[in-house]
Ligand binder design. Structure first.
Ligand code: NAG
Ligand code: NAG
Ligand code: NAG
Ligand code: NAG
Ligand code: NAG
Ligand code: NAG
Length: 718
């Protein structure tokens, strides 16, 4: 299966893909090629300059996105502007270069968030990619006519963003601006003291200050502070005293980020500059972005009780400041519910990225308004912290508290793999694909089950009948499901809900499972290898060191007392005479899975590892060994012994078999002719007598298992 997702660089090109099949004997199939015609994504630039409407507010944020293939610097900016909806959404807003080299616009995409009925609000947003020759600072300016009607009679508006893409000494990357967003309208009853937590999240972890604009005709048009409101610059909260006359007030704010330590910005031309924490120099931030909006102070509210006139959020609404992690192409959704018994919830207004979707319904009986907000990140969102804010509003124009969340969009799909055997399922998650997570905070359906790691992968191995594994039966299949999820650190202030969710599944055909159920003992392993023909491995437990009587498979699981000797024999049956068997490794595992992350080594690289292990004389085709039943067994319901075995030509002394115990992890390259592939064989289970808790695991001859991988990758439709 060949998959590919075109990137921006492939747009407009015809990309060839060729393939050819090849055998081990180096014969090749016919050569086939296809051409993938990559078209530009359909976008509707519905910014119609002809019919600009007065604005309700706006802002701009930016993210550096590394280098383009031609060596230029890529910077993405996002801006929004709101208006009263008139059937279309095209508020007067146009960002232009004010100072420095602002580069050239390479792509732009526009869309309306949450378009409303005429008379309500809408928000237009733009996503613009610029390509820059230099990383020196520059300013973008948006000046236009006009603010919508407001009490101060403010006409024109002016917003400026200061962008500096010098490489930071602390992060090694150019600075990212604070991120913010705001629904189109904020309304407050004139008698109700209210505090708004403005969203001012900094992806670099900088301190953000929110202040009133002061530079006339750049940061602001009137540059006034608004009476009756108090702005906490460091907390970025705006408090209303609850004693103002009704009216429409304009807020022209500036968000600035300051490093927490002295930080040098280095430029490609060799120059540099130092940025200081706010406490040392509050005049020179890393960047400046505008945040301008209106607050409508309306009629007095008869009661301050939440849930009467003022809508109250009810569960399962997310908390303000929640972080959600997601990745490219992965849809996520979250619900918002609010209740108001003495007013009717009309809408839950949202402000979020392009392509965000919302459904809203109101239940007249309970007075609950419910919205489901959905979004799927695209390639342009990767690497960004995307804010989403929402506010519930009633027909009488009372609003709930303003809440915002941050969606952290990561590049990679989580790389995971599932291995199914007849008794276990094992999930492997590549650590590099979930970088940034604390792997100790991962759990399965049953939190007491272990999640382990082997350095490169996080591994969860579960029996089909343990660790909260759920069983679902259909007519044809039995499906086993479990899920690896992350949980919060108990002392984390931020609820990082749903950081990781990796469901994993094994499916078995019902027929094979029923016909072979509760057949614990494995009879023989049939194999074929080039040069060796057909052969069979047999793995048996014996009752004594004489190796004459095989323990009756009907008595499995085999019960042992601590320190009892366990006798095992591995044999190969083959029509060839000049071959020899080699047992390279054996381990005890609690599940019938040779890759079980929980194991006890008995033989490794041909060397015995367990002190009680004895090797008895056998033959070239039979390996006999024994060891004492050990406490490892007692720690688990039962254990299996699984071994890696191979065959070699008996006469050749360069083979792995001839090497014997090597005590080295350096596996020699397999000689094609004189060694077979390694095979896993296992037998069991063994149990300590007196510890017979737990029911015997399902066990049957190996069946073909289908591993359902998640997340599903998007297939390129050829
Ligand atoms: C940061 O820079 C200021 C001004 O140069 C200096 O006084 C201060 O010691 C520096 N702080 C650190 C931690 O280097
Ligand atoms: C992960 O979490 C554990 C326990 O919660 C903590 O001891 C450990 O320091 C954390 N590791 C990292 C890298 O944050
Ligand atoms: C961890 O296990 C996976 C899956 O078996 C394997 O691909 C990977 O190489 C292992 N990593 C290490 C460091 O052993
Ligand atoms: C090996 O086994 C297969 C399947 O049972 C059989 O078709 C084939 O003829 C055997 N080959 C030899 C060399 O015995
Ligand atoms: C194995 O190697 C030794 C020398 O290391 C040589 O004398 C002997 O003939 C070889 N045996 C076989 C069967 O090739
Ligand atoms: C049974 O298992 C428990 C631990 O699960 C262990 O403490 C106990 O010693 C075992 N009993 C015997 C008889 O080995």
């Amino acid at each position: 299966m060949i998959k590919w997702t075109p990137t921006a660089n492939d747009v407009g090109e015809d990309i060839p893909i060729c393939f050819i099949a090849q055998t081990t004997a180096e014969y090749q199939s016919e050569l086939r090629c296809i051409i993938v015609v990559v078209e530009e994504r359909q976008s509707k630039p519905n910014i119609v300059i002809a019919n600009e409407a007065p604005v309700l507010g706006g802002f701009l944020t930016f993210t550096p996105k590394g280098k383009n293939p031609d060596g230029t610097i890529r910077m993405d900016s996002r801006f929004k502007a709101s208006q009263i909806y008139t059937g279309s959404c095209s508020p007067a807003s146009s960002w232009k270069c004010h100072q420095g080299d602002c580069g050239t616009i390479t792509t732009s995409e526009y869309g309306e968030t949450d378009p409303d009925h005429p008379g309500d609000n809408c928000q237009l947003q733009g996503f613009v990619t610029r390509s820059l020759q230099t990383d020196k600072p520059f300013d973008l300016l948006d000046q236009d006519c006009c603010w919508t009607y407001n009490t101060e009679d403010l006409g024109s508006w002016s917003m400026i963003a200061h962008i500096d893409l010098g490489r930071r000494s602390d992060t090694g990357n150019p600075n990212r601006s604070p991120v913010t967003t705001m629904p189109p309208q904020i309304r407050v009853p004139q008698n109700r003291p209210t505090t708004y937590n403005l969203l001012a999240h900094d992806p670099d972890g900088d301190n953000v200050r929110c202040r009133y604009g002061i530079k006339n005709n750049l940061e602001c048009s009137t540059c006034k502070t608004v009476p009756g409101f108090t702005l906490d610059e460091n907390a970025c909260s705006l408090s209303f005293s609850g004693s103002s006359s009704s009216g429409v007030y304009v807020f022209e704010l500036v968000l600035e980020d300051f490093p927490r330590q002295n930080t040098t910005l280095k430029y490609h031309d060799g120059t540099s500059t130092v940025k200081y924490p706010m406490s040392l120099d509050a005049s020179d931030p890393l960047s400046k972005i505008p945040l301008q909006f209106l607050v409508r102070v309306g009629d007095a509210v008869p009661s301050f009780v939440l849930g009467e006139y003022i809508p109250k959020y009810i569960t399962p609404t997310v908390h303000h400041g929640t972080f959600i992690r997601t990745s490219l192409g992965k849809e996520f959704s979250f619900p918002v519910s609010a209740v108001s018994t003495k007013s009717q919830i009309k809408d839950i207004e949202i402000s979020g990225p392009l392509n965000i979707e919302k459904t809203f319904e109101y239940d007249t009986v309970t007075g609950v308004g419910k919205a489901m907000i959905k979004w799927t990140p695209t390639a342009n969102d990767v690497g960004e912290d995307i804010p989403i804010c929402f506010i519930a509003q009633t027909t009488a124009e009372y609003q709930s508290e303003l809440r915002c969340i941050i969606v952290v969009v990561e590049e990679r799909q989580i790389e995971s793999d599932v291995e199914c055997t007849d008794t276990t399922m094992t999930l492997y998650v590549s650590k590099s694909s979930i970088k940034g997570f604390n792997e100790t905070n991962l759990r399965l359906n049953d939190p007491s089950c272990l999640v382990t790691t082997n350095g490169s992968h996080i591994i969860a191995s579960v029996s089909l009948n343990s660790c909260g594994t759920q069983v679902e039966e259909t007519v044809d299949e039995i499906i086993f499901r479990n899920e690896m999820t992350s949980f919060d650190h108990p002392h984390d202030i931020i609820t990082r809900e749903h950081q990781i969710e990796i469901p994993f599944t094994c499916k078995f055909s019902r027929k094979s499972r029923l016909s072979a159920s509760f057949e614990a003992h494995k009879s023989a392993y049939l194999s074929t290898d080039v040069g060796f023909g057909n052969f069979t491995y047999l793995f048996e437990f014996y009752d004594s060191s004489a190796f004459t009587t095989v323990i009756d498979p009907k008595t499995y699981p085999i019960k042992l007392k601590l320190k009892d000797m366990i006798y095992m024999g591995i044999k190969v049956r083959s029509s060839l005479s000049n071959i020899r068997l080699f047992v390279e490794s054996c381990r005890a595992t609690p599940h019938d899975n040779p890759n079980d992350p929980i194991y006890y080594d008995i033989i490794t690289n041909g060397c015995t590892k367990d002190k009680t292990t004895k090797v008895y004389s056998g033959s070239l085709k039979e390996f006999r060994f024994g060891l004492q039943a050990f406490s490892f067994i007692g720690n688990y319901d039962q254990v299996y012994i699984s071994c890696t075995v191979l065959l070699c030509g008996a006469g050749d002394n360069k083979t792995r078999c001839a090497q014997g115990c090597t005590d080295s992890y350096n596996r020699r390259k397999r000689s094609m002719i004189s060694d077979t592939q390694r095979h896993f064989i296992s037998q069991g289970p063994l149990r300590l007598a007196g510890n017979s808790s737990g029911c015997p695991g399902f066990s049957l001859n190996r069946v073909i298992a289908v591993a359902l991988l998640w997340p599903l990758l998007w297939l390129l439709e050829l």
